[in-house]
Ligand binder design. Sequence first.
Ligand SMILES: Nc1ncnc2c1ncn2[C@@H]1O[C@H](COP(=O)(O)OP(=O)(O)O)[C@@H](O)[C@H]1O
Ligand SMILES: [Mg+2]
Length: 251
Amino acid sequence: MQKPESSDAAATGDLAVRVRGVTKEFGSGGSLTRALRGVDLDVPYGEMLMLVGPSGCGKTTLVSIVAGTLQPTAGEVTVLGLDLVAMGNGRKVRFRRDNVGFVFQAFNLLPALSAAENAAVPLLIAGWRRADAIEVASEILETLGLGDRLTNLPSELSGGQQQRVAIARALVHEPRILVCDEPTSALDAENGRITMELIERIAVQPGRAVIVVTHDARVYSFADRIASMEDGRIVSIEAGPHNSTDAAVPR
Ligand SMILES: Nc1ncnc2c1ncn2[C@@H]1O[C@H](COP(=O)(O)OP(=O)(O)O)[C@@H](O)[C@H]1O
Ligand SMILES: [Mg+2]
């Protein structure tokens, strides 16, 4: 284990994400939902972890907590060595802006902005010049096969095209933590492969990590490890096809 580098850094060593005993409850009394019932999860730097399991088992809830958009009911969440549970709201907003890319299940594109403007949002928020931000965003959209859709509004795009704009937006600022909630659900096989290759190239790097929620068996080949969830818990973790090293023993 590495020594903590600053007073608020936990001793997480080579772990990009460390989750311990995390629970999440929605509602109360008769309408209480236990979405997470005690989750432990480690994601080392350089890894792509896939999260699988039936609808309603807590996948979106877990990745939202890791991305800092949802506060757990209890437990510890350390991301890039920082304690997300203790972090105040202002710092958390900056932490997300600087470090996190999130592909939402519902895409969450801004309806009044073009494809290129939507994909450029993280750079604009970070203070980039508009022309530079649009140029970088457009390059990513071109890689994803949307070079002829740059100026279209989301309402003028198919579901698969909107999904790729959401992926471009999550990657454009080269985040250290990338969380993708079913990123290939609306894509055909070819676009699914192109998308996963881009995610791998940009986000599976030293000092970075990726968590992909997926039902799509076609993308499992990109996984270093695959974690299975059931009813608010992780029930197993196995080495994925992409991982050829002995270091990938299930934990
Ligand atoms: N904001 C919310 N309010 C109430 N219940 C919620 C909320 N978000 C999720 N849930 C419930 O928590 C459980 C887990 O949901 P979710 O994490 O979205 O599952 P998954 O992504 O695996 O389909 C489900 O029972 C869901 O209905
Ligand atoms: Mg979900």
